[in-house]
Design a protein around this ligand. Structure first.
Ligand code: ZN
Length: 420
């Protein structure tokens, strides 16, 4: 696959994957196209050698794996499906000052300022009672630009550029209409109907998030950059997905994309939960074989890395400051916020060097805190040797992040190389 085709596919994936549910739906559709067979956790598994499988949990996390005859040493890639956003509260409707607005909670550590003055839409999962008496859930994506969070004009706050802060309860409620007859239940029923669901007796609950309607795109004189929402971490999801789709079932490879990384991974579908361990245990019925596999496999935890910001260079350690389009970043932290160690780094570097792919190194400044990833969580939970890598990114956790148009393809080639 050529880099341009790879990146075109990436732009489409980013636009279509507006929530972890939609990301999972798109990932599973691509896995099916590539010959992966769906398993359900609730049913008995009878795995056959030389086939490829996938399984989802909570519609928002997915694990795909090949199942070769000799499967003692897996190359695993871990990423996450969720991104920081504004999430609708259970009773969201607020009618005041001539408008209808929605009450929201912030999900994850999002940069709030970039959410102002954007054309927003809404998507997620709705759970309801069918007229037949059964409970069902459906994904919806409103698609239309239905909301905006207007800034307060500078004339009404002359300290706006120096001192303005954002209150999460009062300042970021998206406004959706001037029609004060608006009814939320009717709105949800109408959305479900648009998605082919017309037998709704009662709507019980929803998990809906706002997203930016601006599409992912190239930016820069030579299309140097890719700007989009949710690059953290759909970028890694896409790279890992294409890697596992392009190898055949004779190579042991596993891809896990988990929800809830941005809020600490502790959930039924998060990396601190039982999903991966439970799948691995079922792949290796015999505990002895399971332990042998975990101790001879390697996890590549792929998440974005902070590129040195050209206007704020002092925020990086000068010797560990990744550039955009200069290659995949290996992330190290003495306090184990990243799981890389010298041996996993060596294994990764050997493959990258053989392929001629450049690498960079990131260590956070010693006087600053360090983010973390699913890497240390998975290493702890499963006991698998792990490396943390990532693609250089500006504006992480903004509603629009920026990465390079060369780096994702480079990671893809290394991941394929690791599994051969
Ligand atoms: Zn991330």
């Amino acid at each position: 696959m050529k880099k341009r085709d790879f990146n075109e596919g990436l732009l489409g994936f980013l636009d279509a994957s507006v929530t972890p549910f939609h990301a999972t739906q798109n990932i599973t559709a691509m896995l099916k196209n590539a010959g992966f067979i769906e398993l359900r956790e609730q049913e008995k598994w009878q795995l056959e050698a030389s086939k490829k499988y996938f399984v989802t949990r909570n519609d928002s996390s997915v694990i795909a794996f090949t199942y070769p005859k000799n499967n003692t040493s897996y190359t695993m890639v871990g990423a996450h499906t969720d991104s920081p956003n504004l999430k609708l509260k259970p009773n969201p409707v607020i009618k005041e000052h001539g408008v209808v607005k929605f009450g929201v909670e912030s999900y994850g550590g999002l940069l709030l300022n970039p959410w102002f003055d954007r054309d927003l839409s809404l998507a997620g999962r709705v759970s309801y009672l069918r007229e037949s008496g059964e409970i069902a859930s459906s994904l919806i994506n409103v698609q239309k630009k239905i909301a905006i969070i207007p800034s307060l004009a500078i004339h009404l706050d002359d300290k706006a550029n120096k001192e303005r802060t954002v209150n999460k309860q009062t300042d970021i409620c998206p406004i959706i209409s001037t029609n004060e007859d608006f009814d939320f239940d009717t709105f949800l029923r109408w959305q479900l109907e648009n998605h082919g669901v017309s037998d709704v007796a009662e709507i019980y609950s929803h998990e809906l998030s706002f997203y930016d309607k601006e599409k992912a795109s190239y930016v820069g004189l030579r299309d140097d950059f890719i700007a989009s929402a949710r690059l953290d971490n759909l970028l890694s999801c896409y790279v890992a997905l294409l890697a596992i789709c392009s190898i055949d079932a004779s190579k042991p490879m596993l891809f896990v994309a988990s929800d809830h990384e941005e809020v600490g991974s502790e959930s039924v579908s998060g990396a601190a939960g039982s999903f991966l361990e439970s799948v691995l245990r079922r792949m290796f019925e015999d505990y002895e074989a399971y332990v042998q596999m975990t101790r001879s496999s390697m996890m590549i935890s792929a998440d974005n890395a902070h590129a040195i910001h050209p206007n704020y260079p002092g925020k990086h350690d000068a010797k560990h400051a990744p550039y955009i389009n200069k290659g995949v970043v290996i992330k190290v932290n003495a306090n184990q916020r990243y799981a890389s160690n010298s041996e996993t780094i060596a294994r990764f570097m050997q493959v990258a060097q053989e392929l001629g792919e450049p690498l960079q190194h990131f260590v956070t400044r010693s006087d600053m805190g360090c983010g973390s990833t699913i890497g240390p969580i998975t290493a702890t939970r499963i006991g698998i040797d792990t490396i943390d890598v990532g693609l250089p990114t500006y504006a992480m956790h903004s509603i629009r992040e920026t990465a390079g148009s060369d780096d994702a393809y480079s990671l893809y080639k290394i991941l394929v190389g690791m599994s051969l």
